[in-house]
Design a protein around this ligand. Structure first.
Ligand SMILES: C[S@@+](CC[C@H](N)C(=O)[O-])C[C@H]1O[C@@H](n2cnc3c(N)ncnc32)[C@H](O)[C@@H]1O
Length: 266
């Protein structure tokens, strides 16, 4: 079994203090602050729980992060379990919750139990398509639900933004042939992108602070500064490319953030 230690997720959690690892649903007038982000994330979790069909009693949260959603579900009397391949998330989950945690990638699913609903909240993009539907079918009771909320890549996408996420058309075309039907689909792209604006603002302010902080060193040792810049030129070029990932206009152009509720046909 592969055990993951996702550093990006640890950065959000340990550096930014965000124990929630999803975009969140913003209100149009929200200011770009971390407080508003936290509220947007809580709003998103409430939204997912509200969207559970009334017949659902047991839930498997696939890619459960630190276990926030599982906690909410348990608090509302659902039977809820978590699954993630990440070793740090396993630790956090087991410290906070008295619920089963399955430490494995979904592609290597080895759970005997079956559930009324599987939730993939921003984890669908990490799971290989050829196993995603098949293993979901195995872990669902007859006519069970698969709830997905994540971003997808549109056909016109290029550059950094085309690299993560399933292709929207390919994903939607596969649903029927994999034995599922679409019950609800909503486009939430406009509601999530303020998280990118906040991230961009944070990076820009941090770069400015770094530039002011190193001003004296740079003016005192110009040659050394140039050398250091040259030494890190590849890393800087890579970081500059990655800031494209925080461009909300490009995100809206090349990606689509969707809520999709599927039901197994048998
Ligand atoms: C962006 S986080 C979302 C976490 C949480 N669902 C949330 O909404 O806050 C992605 C999650 O998917 C998990 N993940 C990554 N690859 C996975 C895989 N192959 N199978 C299952 N989960 C996976 C990560 O460990 C993490 O928990």
């Amino acid at each position: 079994m592969s055990k993951k230690n996702d550093r990006a997720l640890r950065f959000y959690d340990e550096v930014l203090g965000l124990d929630r690892l999803h975009y969140g649903l913003w209100l149009p007038d929200d200011d770009l602050t971390f407080e508003k982000l936290k509220l947007a994330q809580i709003r998103y979790e409430d939204y997912l729980v509200e969207k559970l069909p009334s017949t659902v009693k047991s839930v498997l949260d696939v890619g459960c992060g630190t276990g926030i959603l599982v906690k909410k579900l348990l608090d509302q009397s659902y039977l809820a379990e978590g699954l993630s391949p990440d070793i740090n998330q396993k630790k956090r989950f087991e410290e906070a919750l008295n619920a089963p945690f399955h430490h494995m990638p979904f592609e290597e699913l080895s759970i005997e139990d079956t559930f009324d609903c599987i939730i993939m909240s921003e984890s669908c993009q990490y799971i290989k398509l050829d196993k995603l539907f098949k293993n979901a079918k195995r872990a669902l009771k007859a006519h069970g639900y698969l709830m997905i909320c994540d971003y997808f890549v549109l056909n016109n996408a290029e550059g950094e933004l085309s690299k993560s996420g399933h292709r929207y058309d390919e994903f939607m075309n596969r649903i029927d042939q994999e034995g599922f039907s679409v019950v609800v689909e909503e486009d939430l792209t406009q509601d999530v992108t303020k998280t990118l604006d906040l991230g961009k603002d944070f990076v820009e302010k941090s770069m400015k602070a770094l530039s002011i902080g190193t001003e004296r060193i740079r003016s005192k040792h110009p040659q050394l500064s140039k050398f250091v810049l040259w030494l890190f030129k590849n890393k800087i070029a890579k970081a500059t490319k990655q800031t494209d990932l925080l461009d909300s206009d490009k995100f809206k152009q090349y990606k689509s953030y969707r809520f999709i509720l599927l039901q197994a046909n048998s």
